[in-house]
Design a protein around this ligand. Sequence first.
Ligand code: 5AD
Ligand code: SF4
Ligand code: FES
Length: 357
Amino acid sequence: MNFLLEKASARPKALSHPELVTLLTSTDAQALFSAAYAVKAREVGRVVSFRGLVECGNVCEKNCYYCGIRKGNDKVHRYRMSAEEILREAKWSYEAGYGSLVLQSGELTGEAHTAFIEDILRRIHAFAGEAFGITLSLGEQTEETYRRWREAGAHRYLLRIETSNPELYARLHPADHSWERRRECLKALRRCGYQVGSGVMAGLPGQTMDDLAADIEFFAAEDLDMIGMGPYIPHADTPLGRDVKGTPEDAAQRLELGLRMIAVTRLYLHDVNIAAATALQALDPEGREKGLLAGANVVMPNVTDVAYRADYQLYAGKPCLNENSTLCRGCLERRIAAIGETINWKRRGDSPHWGKR
Ligand code: 5AD
Ligand code: SF4
Ligand code: FES
């Protein structure tokens, strides 16, 4: 184990597939987290970058079996923020010193939506300029749409592959959701000049340690700049989460698997940005700090108006439903100071991996 950790720390992509599995399943999780933390400290610093997360709307054309806002869930009260509401959250994030913003919503396609986002991007760019990062997380789109949004001022795009195993993907989605198409979208995003982020859920039913090791190899093969991944958390109003009982032991296991994925990804890729996903905090009040201590370097504080937060629940136990953006900012500042890290105020926080391109 120590030999593997040393080898992985010395240079990126040093581990074989079986060695990745060995680390993912190693008995000494603390040694794994410490080694990943040392690589993070060396490669990206003990500095956390913030991205203000705007949950722009929960209307979705898709029906992923695991997700709480899937089209088929008729218990959800649907909303779509107006351009003015989104701009207000963007301005708040900018003024709060968050170096960048993430616009996320359920998947919508079509000219009206493309033009709506395009207009918002231009207006954010007009007041914030190049120094403020704009990330989109708006699902699968045509290359033309990706290009228009890029030209309107978006720099980064997050599109999780969810799992690198196409067969597992097929079991988690209806037949008209295509793994191949999603991978094509990642390639299109690269062609359009985005910093590209992807990721997976860890702990999906039927997912093996081999799958998770292959996920990390997929990140390397796609040459990603950013990784956003988190534990899968069952949602009671979904086909996949309907009959799952979430015990405390279950939550602890999911959390640990999510942390192990962060650590092994850091040990394999070294210089990418890795987010400590909010889903970690859904399982443990200190989940995000634990993510940072296992090798993550990005946090996405929620800046959505409290009126909408409860309607945007992809998984059970989403935190901060009643805390407003100012409270979350203070809370995160304290939590990050408590683990001895500093916040990258007013900086875009691009990954060194992107810088070396
Ligand atoms: N548990 C954890 N993550 C989920 N997502 C959707 N549903 C769940 C769930 N039940 C994640 C997916 C998606 C991202 C926006 O949220 O990975 O890409
Ligand atoms: Fe829609 Fe994304 Fe949820 Fe799938 S995971 S149902 S695309 S919001
Ligand atoms: Fe929202 Fe702690 S991050 S209250």
